[in-house]
Design a protein around this ligand. Sequence first.
Ligand code: NIG
Ligand code: FE
Length: 408
Amino acid sequence: MKTDLLITGVAQLVTAEGAEAKRGRAMGSLKILTDAALAVTDGRIAWVGKASDWAGQAAAIVDVRGAAVVPGLIDPHTHAVWAGDRLADFEARTSGATYEQILAAGGGIRSTVRATAAASQDVLVKLARPRIEALMRSGATTIEVKSGYGFSAAAEIAMLEAIAVLAGSVGARILATLLIHIPPVDGTERRGYVEHVCAELIPEVARRGLATAVDVFVEREAWQVSEAEEMFAAAKKNGLAVKLHSDQFHSIGGVELGVRVGALSVDHLEAAGAAQIASVAASGTIATVLPGVSLHLGIPAASGRKLIDAGAAVAVGTDLNPGSSPLFSSAAALALAVRMNGLTAQEALVAGTVNAACALGLGDRGRLEVGCVADFLVLDSGDWRDLVYTMGANVVREVWVGGRRVEA
Ligand code: NIG
Ligand code: FE
């Protein structure tokens, strides 16, 4: 076999075993190959095995000298594009105000919407780039980025265009999602907005290839199930996948809706009870937990443990955003999921790789298997567990995307 590249000297090569391409694979086990090597051709993995079994030729050889190699992390939920800040919210919350009170009073997400609407595309891109680079340095090789800080179709399109510019100019792979976050102003306008989203915005986003999915925040202070259902019908009609922000503060039927419409994922789940857990566990929808939100807002963490024990496929994301999760490290999200959501170390790596890929509808990554994209991390450790053990330091030494080392 002739390949472009051979990565050798791998103390541990770690990957989730037997993943199904489409549905989450619940939480199966990791396969750990010691004294391993990995070969790459045309940006994809061509061979994986014991270094002593390699009998091919490689145009280039990189010896990682006893490092552990793991799949590139997939961050399936971020709001990395925003302007302004939420430092005043943060201070108010540390003095007792709640996230929902601030939102209901016209602040919170609404203040970020105002600041984002006032920023040019150039400014949005400049602000978002270092955030994405921080996620990359922490190990993220595929990053989902949502719009959602717009009160108008034009503002959502502007955000998606900024995400497209970023996608073309950062080393990580970026996937855009159209997020319909909160209703524009009051009850009278929201009906018209839903109709406009369904009839104009979603078709335009689909036609221009600006997003692969539509996400709706289903919550008392945001959208009702019936409104989300209409927007999801439009999404599907236009060939877009569906995701939800659901059961963050209240369980108002978001999980059940997500399962019913075949959502790729239902995200948050802090307020999900036994019925919601059973519902998602019995479905092909991924349950995405976001420990940064629980840490930052001081709300209960989603029970990753109960979800997994019920049979759900759990993914983990940073939910990087200014209001509820200023968490700029995808690796730290995994480390927090172990402490806060009750995942084991192995489950956390599965959740941040193959299951997170499933949460984005991607079957060709999150695993180090022949045919998958050659997105992997070389750690500053010979033991992969350091990635989910360490907090506050970066264990990722090298980030490789499509068989090329990327700098961020
Ligand atoms: O995922 N819950 C709603 N949306 C975001 C927060 C966005 C914001 O506060 O700016 C979330 O937590
Ligand atoms: Fe979010």
